[in-house]
Design a protein around this ligand. Sequence first.
Ligand code: TYM
Length: 335
Amino acid sequence: MENQNKNKKRILSGVTPSGYLTIGHITGALANWVKLQDEFDSYFMVADLHAITVRQVPADLRQRTLDTLAFFLAAGIDPDKSTVFVQSQVPAHSELTWVLSTFTGMGECQRMTQFKDKSAKNMDNINVGLFSYPILMACDILLYQADCVPVGQDQKQHLELTRNIAQRFNHHYSDTFTSPEPFIPKIGGRIMSLQDPKQKMSKSDANENATIFLKDEDDVIKRKIKRAVTDSGTGIIYNENNPGIANLMELYSIATNTNYEQIESKFESAGYAEFKEACGNAVAEFVAPIREKFKDIRQNKSLLNEIIQHGKEKAGKTAFKTLRKVYKKVGFYQG
Ligand code: TYM
């Protein structure tokens, strides 16, 4: 596989193991990773360094690292085609972050909406890591010279910062980093909370009813969708001003592979209750095979460990190549 990947363009992406994965992780990220893994030389990581910007229980973090990896595989990532690894196992991520933090303005980090949101939610722990997190994310991408980064809408601003840092460094020294393009799906790039459809669906929402987790059983999914907050309208018509029903239509569209026109005509005479029931059934059917595959894979700890070990070596080699180049450019003594 290594040789076959040689002439391909490269992608990199990751998930932070700070909670259970949600349907948004599939629609915004993993589904596209799976589609792209044949065409690109692909690197997918469990971003555990990112997770500790918010306090974690160590044993839980270790378990969720394996859970996240198992969900990658359950969603269709093939470790024979793609390099799958755990971020903290490749020290170059932390090392490059120091160097590129000297190429990032305080104001740039201050402008990140995710920093503003997260610090508002964690008032008792607004740490420097939370602030500089986008620099670490930029390094994740730049270390692998990724051409393209498949992510959800919420990561767009971080990608812009990544491009700025890359261009600034390249301009100051000489061409070193590839400037990456984001790949954000039009449908599924921003799935909203079921309880507050103006907010993104999040794995760390305190209200479990707001989120469809990939571990949820069918009856739980159906119940959550039945209880989803919708506006006071009646018809099943796609309109961004009715974010509750628009979100459910988006989920239904993904789960059944149909477009909004088809949905509108199918449910022309239906009310919200009927549509919610159909949507619950469709989403449950969509999630079930991923959940069941996950349960199977998650039990196979030796397989997961083998993949992690292989990923560490492969990712480590690629990342170290870039880091060495950077150290040379900035003038660190190499012996
Ligand atoms: P994270 O773990 O929050 O989310 C992982 C991926 O899932 C997407 N996503 C969503 N897409 C649509 N609707 C949603 N409700 C939804 N929730 C999450 C995210 O956009 C993301 O693509 N910082 C990153 C992880 C990361 C990373 C990277 C990503 C670390 N280094 C380098 C790409 C490249 C994060 O916390 O994503």
